[in-house]
Design a protein around this ligand. Structure first.
Ligand code: HEC
Length: 186
């Protein structure tokens, strides 16, 4: 009984045992405590660890930087810069191929107009048929009128090419041309 008194406490028949915790359990417990100190030092005492808010700030700053450089890396388009791009060898031909595969279903193989307007006449719905106007309407589309935006689908050079092709067909007066739509541009 005296031996047992060192190991147990007994009160009113309820025995309190003193079983040692398993070593592996003690170690994992100690490690979590050690980890919490390291964590606190790293994140809260200026050890250089970033909080989530700070990480977000850094990521947003990077995004802004990429956006800014994307905007400046494609130099601003002008009528002249487009003229140069449209006049390169083979551009009109590759534009013709783009047109057949992506545009002819709505504008007609000869650009005479079907669902979409005739692209060879002097009547234009959007802008004054400058190179800039045509590139813009192809890129942005007129979604509410059934002209899809091609900017997300076609590369810049493909849009230039198909615009160059359209301008090359100006006044070609194809058979079955659709009735004029928009304003006459002389
Ligand atoms: C799903 C049918 C459809 C497809 C495909 C389509 N278009 Fe159109 N497009 C239209 C419609 C409809 C309009 C007229 C929009 C309006 O009424 O404002 C239009 C308008 C245009 C205009 C402006 C015409 C004007 O009078 O201002 C251009 C330029 C044009 N499309 C080029 C293209 C090119 C280039 C492609 C292929 C890359 C293409 N479209 C593919 C339906 C289409």
């Amino acid at each position: 009984m005296s031996d047992n008194q060192n190991k147990f406490h007994e009160y009113d028949g309820i025995i309190e045992h003193d079983n040692p915790l398993p070593t592996w359990w003690l170690w994992s417990f100690l490690l979590t405590i050690i980890f919490s100190f390291l964590y606190f030092i790293h994140y809260s005492l200026g050890g250089g660890g970033l909080t989530l808010t700070e990480e977000l700030k850094v990521a947003m700053a990077e995004l802004e930087k990429t956006k800014a450089s994307a905007a400046t890396s494609s130099p601003m388009e002008t009528e002249d810069s487009l003229l140069a791009a449209f006049s390169k060898d083979g551009v009109v031909n590759s534009g013709a191929a783009q047109f057949t595969s992506k545009c002819a279903s709505c504008h007609g193989q000869e650009l005479q107009g079907l669902i979409g307007p005739n692209l060879t006449d002097k009547y234009w719905l959007h802008g004054k048929a400058t190179r800039m106007d045509i590139v813009k309407v192809i890129r942005d589309g007129v979604p509410e009128k059934g002209m899809p935006p091609w900017g997300p689908v076609m590369k810049k050079d493909e849009i230039y090419a198909v615009a160059a092709f359209i301008l090359s067909k100006k006044g070609s007066n194809p058979q079955g041309g659709k009735e004029p739509q928009g304003e006459a541009i002389e």
